[in-house]
Design a protein around this ligand. Structure first.
Ligand SMILES: Cc1ncc(COP(=O)(O)O)c(C=O)c1O
Length: 456
């Protein structure tokens, strides 16, 4: 685009002045201001022509890589078709087709779709549907959960950090520890909870639900008249090696499933809530109430064309199968590599959603002292020792999974190849080896950063 070429290089200044100076400062401090000029498939390019492997994928939206040719073609075709977009007092064929396709990948009872424009809107919708359907107000969620940052979703966020200073939120929410059935049973005992919501793999910790957990949680929910809501915003659309992560446990049939991110093909914001007809009908229970929950941009043709093409590509190119096979390979190899590094406590995840967890090492006194010194200055900065060399030395883009955690999460596109994962594994081997060199460049860099942060 001409306008982009004319102003190339001004983005940090513009954002500093007009958008979010704190974000610009953060990027510059850690050297992530790379001024990317091109994105295609699993890769990004900077102005010097360096090619980067993107394992952050725009926080999970570029599941099919950037600028996928088939989705691009579908969008071009739509733009040329002068479609009767967003008539509102009519039904669109495209959204009907997306709904039909989404439902075909769900358990039989889940056959109605409400379209949204983001992950958090899907979660807000699930909260409203559950409250309306059950006539109850309470929502139970899990510690360390992340369901988005609008005020309803924020009220079920498992980290104080995100909630602080935003005042009172939705009442009647409470957290239970992840993977703890006894706590869940206790939370539901009064039979006054509308919904239990959880991510089958937590985005902020990469913790996976234990085998048997979801089925038992479902039984407890049914017994208490509570709806089971599974948030698949990040883990859905094939990422974990099944269309939706809960399908790793075939006996699980949630009442509501939240979808977004990957459904967009990375092009146009889109989300969806898939649920049972009885739940949908209890909300839209008369002609008068037929748009009692709605949104202006939902079902827009651009989003629907992108979603439909995305669903087709995932099916035709067998990308769910690719995520399963490649994920098994990379998690197993990363686990082996992690065993060589005393700071690594666990490699966990499923398919192409996996993470590596770091903690104070058990053995070497030298490593323990270094860990303690760093954590005394700044908790959470250890992860920079992994992500900075990954970017600068190995040209791999990643991010720490959450604030105040020591987990690095990887979300490769599900079109990635064995070659891409070998690039990543070789880099991890080198980066993890460097964490054990004291003194060394990696430690000097993060200690410097931690000291600067204290001074600031
Ligand atoms: C599991 C989960 N739910 C909801 C959201 C919120 O999605 P959005 O940022 O599109 O509002 C996210 C975002 O990361 C997520 O990971």
């Amino acid at each position: 685009m001409d306008i982009v070429e004319q102003h190339r290089g001004r983005q940090y200044g513009l954002h500093q002045q007009y958008v979010n100076p704190a974000f610009v400062k953060m990027l510059k401090t850690i050297g992530f201001d790379k001024n990317y000029v091109r994105g295609e498939g699993c890769y990004l390019w900077d102005p010097q022509g360096n090619k980067y492997l993107d394992l952050l994928t725009g926080w999970g939206v570029f599941m099919l890589g950037r600028n996928h040719p088939k989705i691009r073609a579908a969008l071009h075709e739509l733009l040329d078709a002068a479609s009767p977009n967003l008539v509102r007092m009519d039904c669109s064929i495209l959204s009907g087709l997306v709904a039909e396709s989404l439902v075909s990948h769900m358990p039989p009872g889940l056959s109605r779709v409400f379209f949204t424009n983001s992950g958090t809107e899907s979660v807000e919708t699930a909260i409203k549907f559950a409250r309306c359907n059950t006539g109850r107000e309470k929502i139970v969620y899990t510690e360390h959960a992340f369901h988005g940052l609008t005020t309803g979703s924020l009220a079920i966020n498992g980290a104080d950090f995100f909630r602080q200073r935003f005042g009172a939120l939705l009442p009647g929410t409470s957290a239970v520890p992840f993977n703890n059935l006894a706590a869940l049973e206790q939370a539901l005992v009064k039979k006054d909870v509308a919904a239990f919501i959880l991510e089958p793999i937590q985005g902020k910790t990469c913790e996976v639900v234990q085998d048997g957990y979801l089925a038992e949680a479902q039984r407890l929910c049914r017994q208490a008249g509570t709806l089971l809501v599974i948030d698949e915003v990040q883990s859905g659309m094939g990422r974990t090696g099944k269309w939706f992560c809960f399908q790793h446990w075939p006996e699980v049939e949630p009442d509501i499933v939240c979808v977004a991110k990957g459904l967009s093909g990375g092009f146009v914001p889109v989300g969806a809530v898939v649920t049972r007809p009885s739940i949908m009908d209890s909300v839209f229970n008369s002609m008068e109430r037929c748009v009692v929950h709605s949104n202006t941009f939902g079902q827009n043709d651009m989003a629907m064309a992108a979603a439909l093409a995305t669903l087709q590509v995932i099916e035709e190119d067998k990308l769910v199968e690719n995520a399963a096979a490649l994920g098994a390979y990379v998690i197993s190899r990363l686990t082996d590599i992690g065993r060589q590094c005393p700071f690594v406590t666990e490699v966990r995840g499923k398919g192409l959603m996996f993470g590596i967890d770091f903690a104070r090492p058990a053995g070497s006194l030298k490593l323990k002292l270094a860990w303690d010194a760093l954590h005394k200055l700044n908790f959470g900065v250890f992860g920079q020792m992994i992500i900075l060399p990954l970017l600068n030395d190995h040209k791999i883009l990643t991010q720490v999974a959450g604030y105040h955690t020591e987990v690095i999460k990887f979300l490769p596109p599900i079109i990635a190849t064995r070659e891409d994962m070998d690039w990543f594994l070789k880099a991890m081997e080198a980066v993890l080896a460097d964490t054990q060199r004291i003194p060394g460049t990696a430690w000097n860099t993060v200690m410097g950063m931690a000291k600067n942060a204290v001074r600031a």
